[in-house]
Design a protein around this ligand. Structure first.
Ligand code: PLP
Length: 411
């Protein structure tokens, strides 16, 4: 029998979603007539934009003809898409990113999980808390997180708590770290960083020779013109940051799969002898060894997001979700709850009423309003005392859920 990677046994079981499912099932069995509304989902509900669909159809037709058929493509993405990303996502914001610094992939999840492979096993990792669990779990699997502790943390990971008290802007680590995962706009808190806020991290990373792993999967939801969309809008970031982007929440690609990661050529690591090594070339090597590219049809679909019609249509879907966010925010505030996020992000982070933990409030919302939320504790120890709602639902259901919370919930 082959020995297994024992680090996998240190993973906490995916308790959050299975426990939600169990409680919902139990409630539904006891109340078969209750019409549940799920406001906890992290998936989009609007269909792909017409411009995307048209481009996808055309690309499928190309695959049907010998003259235009495509086999394996470039592992890091077709030039037509790389050039559009460089121009629209970066050039238009005054940021210079070259095509060969962009790596098209099949998801922000896989890229943010895989990136740790190019770093040493003894690198010290810091995560903001609460977080998107993938950053942590991928480091647990690689053996970098150490052992699980009773308090829900791992003993080699540095946790940076984001709470209402610090405005969900985490403190800098009080010791040296090598890798630091940041996500803004944030899932789950919906918090954003100003330019000065981003600069604080860039300065820290430059001082400490750390690498920032900056997840900007929700940048398309930023409304405030003073909030940077890319970490590279801040001077000095090219030397210290890798950025993850995704078409999932930007353009409804959660089931279609396309994303990209930027690894600037200025960004260096160091080998055991102290010699500087390009992280761009390591990531290129990793991707070209383990990944064979995003399908041509999907990259053509992603390219259509940058056409005039595509941009208009994608913006309209985002506006739709942000109107949901406004409805949730205002409704819950009117119900007397403390609400955060939802202004530059599709996530609304709600403080539980005094004396109630995340799961207590989850049960109360389910029992009284028949609304399913996500308990904040599932995103990390500092998520205790909050629940997450999302703006990705259908309008009528979102409105009804808010109305029920306003009229049925006893606080
Ligand atoms: N990053 C964050 C912060 C997310 O919340 C998600 C999905 O929920 C992802 C990345 C994954 O995106 P993708 O669909 O591109 O894998």
């Amino acid at each position: 029998m082959a020995s297994i990677n024992a680090h996998y046994l240190k993973l906490r079981s995916s308790y959050l979603f299975s426990e939600i499912a169990r409680r919902v099932r139990e409630f539904q069995d006891a109340h078969p007539d209750a019409k549940l509304i799920r406001l906890g989902i992290g998936d989009v509900t609007r269909p792909l934009a017409p411009a995307v669909i048209t481009a996808m159809h055309a690309a499928v037709d190309e695959m049907a003809r010998a003259e235009t058929f495509k086999g394996y493509g470039p592992e890091t993405g077709y030039e037509f898409l790389l050039e559009l990303i460089a121009r629209h996502d970066y050039g238009e914001r005054g940021v210079k990113v070259m095509s060969d610094e962009i790596f098209v992939g099949d998801g922000g999840k896989s890229d943010s999980a895989n990136i740790q492979e190019i770093f040493a096993a003894d690198c010290v990792v810091a995560v903001i808390d609460p977080i998107y669990p993938v950053y942590l779990d991928s480091n647990v699997m690689a053996g970098r997180a150490g052992a699980p502790r009773d308090d829900g943390r791992y003993d080699r990971v540095v946790y940076l708590p984001c709470t209402a008290e610090n405005g969900f802007e985490p403190p800098l680590p009080d010791r040296h770290v090598d890798l630091l995962y940041l996500c803004f706009p944030n899932n789950p808190t919906g918090a954003v960083l100003t330019r000065a806020g981003v600069k604080r991290w860039v300065d820290y990373a430059r001082r400490e020779d750390a690498v920032l792993l900056y997840d900007a999967a929700y940048e398309a939801y930023i409304r405030d013109p003073d909030i940077p969309h890319s970490i590279y809008e801040v001077e000095g970031a090219r030397d210290v940051a890798i950025e993850f982007r995704s078409f999932s929440k930007t353009a409804g690609f959660t089931g279609t799969r396309c994303a990209f990661t930027v690894v600037p050529k200025d960004l260096m690591g160091r080998d055991a002898a102290g010699k500087r090594v390009s992280l761009n070339s390591l990531w290129f090597r990793r991707q070209s060894t383990k990944f064979n590219g995003v399908p041509y049809v999907i990259q053509r679909a992603a390219a259509a997001v940058y056409t005039d019609a595509g941009r208009r249509e994608v913006r309209s879907a985002i506006d739709f979700y942000m109107e949901n966010a406004r409805i949730i925010r205002q409704g819950l505030e009117a119900a007397g709850l403390m609400v955060y996020g939802g202004e530059n992000a599709p996530y609304i982070w709600v403080k539980t009423p005094p004396g109630l933990g995340s799961w207590d409030f989850f049960d109360k919302l389910l029992g009284q309003a028949h609304v399913v939320a996500t308990p904040g504790a599932g995103f990390g120890p500092s998520g205790e005392g909050y629940i997450r709602l999302t703006a990705f639902g259908r309008r009528a259901e979102t409105e009804e859920a808010v109305e029920r919370i306003k009229t049925r919930l006893t606080l």
